[in-house]
Design a protein. Structure first.
Length: 245
């Protein structure tokens, strides 16, 4: 690889998995169908005393709060026949912290996208059309890195999700507002651990699918142009000869 392109390659290969993960989290945060699926799967209407319509209205309020400068979070719902603010001051304080975390995800995703675009533009500015095979190799490695990292984390989550979820909260929040009571705090009643387990799987699967598509696109181009140095290919033999020279 051209040594002048090495920093750009690192930028691209690191930015791709960051973008895929943050984009998947953004999708999960904002797609009300995922909320509805979780409410139906875990019978949240019965557990919470809030109707299906009330739960979805609350979800729209939460989503709107995450995507606005509105403070504090205010969500009213009819609970067992009585209209009330469903979140306690401690839950509201925790949601303020969650909102900061989500905005951080948005920022990282935007920076990753700009980095990918910058690497793309710089590569073609330096090499023109000759950059295409290099970009394909980067895509292959970036997609493969995404799949490998997310698969490793996903396998760990399958066997130790509760421990990972606890560690995530301990690392992400500098206070104990996240330590809520599942008997009376509606954030836990509406969004139990099973909900977050499914959401984590969704983010992981979407990220892996994105990585596979990117890696496949790069590999397809390299195979089509016979530039992929597979161990059994002539391209691989050529690469070894060039390295010896």
């Amino acid at each position: 690889m051209n040594k002048h392109l090495l920093p750009i390659a690192v930028l691209f290969i690191v930015a791709v998995p960051l973008f895929l993960v943050t984009a998947s989290v953004t999708w999960a945060v904002n797609d009300l169908r995922l909320y509805q699926h979780g409410f139906d799967k875990f019978d949240i209407a019965e557990a919470s005393g809030i109707s299906d319509d009330g739960l979805m209205q609350a979800s729209r309020g939460i989503r709107g709060y995450f995507n606005s400068r509105q403070e504090p979070l205010q969500v009213r719902a009819v609970v067992f026949g009585r209209e009330m603010e469903i979140f306690s001051p401690k839950e509201v304080a925790h949601m303020r912290d969650v909102k900061k975390l989500i905005w951080g995800v948005y920022v990282v995703g935007a920076v990753a996208l700009v980095s990918i675009g910058s690497a793309f533009a710089l590569g073609y500015w330096r090499q023109g059309r000759a950059f295409t095979p290099t970009l394909a190799r980067w895509a292959f490695w970036a997609g493969g890195l995404t799949v490998g990292l997310i698969a490793a984390i996903g396998l760990t989550a399958l066997v130790a999700f509760d421990q990972l979820f606890l560690a995530f909260h301990q690392l992400s929040f500098a206070n104990d507002f996240w330590q809520l009571d599942p008997c009376c705090d509606y954030l836990i009643i509406m969004f139990p651990n099973g909900f977050w387990y499914d959401a984590t799987l969704f983010v992981g699967l979407v990220s892996i699918l994105g990585g596979l598509l990117i890696a496949a696109a790069g590999a397809a181009y390299l195979l089509k142009t016979k530039r992929l140095a597979l161990p059994w290919s002539k391209a691989h033999e050529k690469t070894i000869e060039e390295a010896k020279a």
